[in-house]
Write a protein that binds this ligand. Sequence first.
Ligand code: SAH
Ligand code: SF4
Ligand code: F3S
Length: 437
Amino acid sequence: MLNKLLYMETFGCQMNVNDSERIVTMLADLGYGPTNDPASADMILLNTCSVRGGAEEKVYRRLANLRIYKRDGKKQIIAVGGCVAQQEGEELLRKLPYLDLVIGTHNLHLLPDLVRGAERGERRSETSFIDNDQRLDLFPSITGESRLSRFVTVMQGCDNFCSYCIVPFVRGREISRRSADILNEVRQLADDGVREVILLGQNVNSYGLKAGNEPTFAELVRQVADIDGIDRIRFTTSHPKDMSDELIACFGDVPKLSGQIHLPAQSGSDAVLGLMGRGYTRDSYLDKIYKLKALRPDIVVTGDIIVGFPGETEQDFEQTLSLMEKVRYIDLFSFVYSPRPGTKAAELRDDMPRAVKMARLDRLMELQRFHTREISTTYVGNVMTVLVEGEGKLPGQVSGKGDIGRIVNFTGDISLVGSFVDVKIIKAYPNSFLGEI
Ligand code: SAH
Ligand code: SF4
Ligand code: F3S
């Protein structure tokens, strides 16, 4: 019985979104049902991200705001999970007297214990890493609400240690799941009515490389594609250095593989890519994009770019703009470089004024808005096959995603949820399409 209320906020990437689904499953077993109202909640949980400094401070501000609900003697558990929890650990309990529990990225299986303890008034922090295969078996699974599109974790952690990035420090060593377990999970999901799976990990295309007897990621994609009932496959995130010819070939002959790929370049300058420790060059990145486009001329590419990395010159930055011209991303996530504690790049001299970094970000975003508009308007008039997932933006509308991963809203009956519908695109917005059946 759900007799208590959980209010949760999730920050950061899809790993966190996926972990939040596990948390909801586990807390339902303890009687917690979701609420959107922090004031009435019996438990407030923030699932946090620390990839950039700003994100971390946002958590502190958010906690400061939420603590008002804990006054007036009300018994309410306040918890922090995710990557800021992993990074700060006990320190958070020391700094914030109203905080009850801190749970790290490898400790989700301990949540029920910690919550029961907190209900009795205990304050605890659990953030020890489990850097062996046991981690995979301890990882709680997701049950409950059936959906058409589901994440399937294929690997956890990251061993790349890009010089700017905190993820390897807060998510631990890279571990691939056993392919038999992944395929069983996908078969089960297909039996439950799931039509689309999103294979998930910080660097999915290095899947199996360190495991010895597991398939490569390209082989895994083909095995997933062989499962009846699964009609569409996506994956995120890919590292360009591990984007093999074998995986690129899948885009040519695995029709279930989505027509969108997220391939973060981070920079278009070889000098900056070298300092970032990314393990590829501008030309080898572009070569992979060209190969993908040759096999799937209508493929759309999304990516991530960091501007203002220490030592980035005006010429380096222009190289990034020119890379964007060559790739023509449909959407691009761009960030100003933010030094992270313990990373190699945090030791580099960074004397570029903030105003210069912001001006570069503005230029980059303006170019991207132009590309987004240009590419998305080419779809107006086309018919797109949309997997309808739920209610649309306006009353009477439903919404879903086409093969290229963008949201399409269109007038239609809610009974369409769960089916693939051919929809004609009539208008392109900055982040979505408007269509009609
Ligand atoms: N594993 C994924 C990305 C994880 S972090 C990958 O390798 O693609 C998501 C994005 O945040 C990164 O792609 C990068 O663009 C950005 N990012 C990571 N660390 C950053 C930092 N210190 N400052 C600014 N942006 C950063
Ligand atoms: Fe961070 Fe690089 Fe790992 Fe991505 S591949 S999570 S950017 S260290
Ligand atoms: Fe953020 Fe952690 Fe993901 S730092 S980007 S939530 S792995």
